[in-house]
Ligand binder design. Sequence first.
Ligand SMILES: Cc1ncc(COP(=O)(O)O)c(C=O)c1O
Length: 386
Amino acid sequence: MYRAGQTEIDAVGQVIRSHAFFRYREKSECERFEKRWAKHLGAGHACITSSGSTALTAALAGLGVGPGQEVIVPAYTYMATAIAVLAVGAIPVIVDVDESLTMSPLALAEAIGPRTKAVIPVHMVGLPCDMGKIMRIARKRKLWVIEDACQAVGGGYEGKMLGAIGDAGTFSFNAFKNITCGEGGAVVSSDEQVAQRARCMTDCCGFYWRGRSADTKAFVAAGARASEIQGAMLNVQLDRLPGMLRAMRGQKKTLLRKTAKSGLAPSPCHSLDYECGTQVGYLLGSQGAAVKFGAMAGGFIPGKTGRHVYTEWDPILEKHGAHHPAMDPFKMPANRRCRMKYSKDMCPRSLDVLNRTVLVPTHPDRTPEAVDGLIVKIKEAAKAVL
Ligand SMILES: Cc1ncc(COP(=O)(O)O)c(C=O)c1O
């Protein structure tokens, strides 16, 4: 979250004053956000959820992914991506990321097996995946594509909005994301059936208020409905988003341009003109150099956050896939032919790249003088390690 203030207080205050917390009502804030978000992305349909995790589960359920199927996920993502696959009864297959810190299209192509049904490219730290290549592979091999844009809310790829390129897209609005309502998320799809199923997954009792649909049968699902407080805050946050991203994108380009002769190797980006611009990546020659450079330049090492690499996904590595053994996808007969061998050393290439990269965050409120100061720090850090 970058900005929040009086406008959010006023919008949330209005909901509290009116005592209208439930989303199914006239002039619903949630519904207004859903319409605006779908339009902003060019995505057809949007459904606001209680979190990014529930958005991912709803997207997978929306597409009908379930037991007997594998879903490919990258080695670098928050564990929620892989957990969502298990939450619908399928099995996550973990593949390498490349120097861009996003899913390697080559690793994806090599990992597709007879039971692979879908792929979740994750646009980590605001960086878009190579969606051109990923979509070509997915279409050729008949895989559903669910974009995890939880960390790239509002970003784009070559003129298209992230989340609106694949068959479904997912977003998180938790406290660490580009826009926030405390906790929240959204799922989008241009396919009405998928969107309706995702809605059912999010609020399976919702048909009492939304009305029954002739073509989509309601099914039982755990609830993940958002409140009007979330909707009201998101409507204000959405107004702020384009300006903030423009500022960060511009700042990233300035930092890259002004450090171009420092000898540093910037991490490859798939869509510099459209991405979020929230981080500037540099790939260092060794882990030691990355540690020293990161400390001096004020950056962080993506492999060392303690929660974004597959090696930290304890319940998955230990194959505890559900609260009850009978509901554990790792133990389901339907999944017995799915690949489910995980080990901490299974993606050495990802670990190497993630531990040699340093990400320097941008900020929309950084002054030109502060940007100049950061450039000096990066150059000094470069001199110390190159
Ligand atoms: C890449 C990614 N996917 C999914 C999620 C899950 O989102 P939430 O925390 O809103 O459930 C996160 C959250 O940080 C994330 O970073």
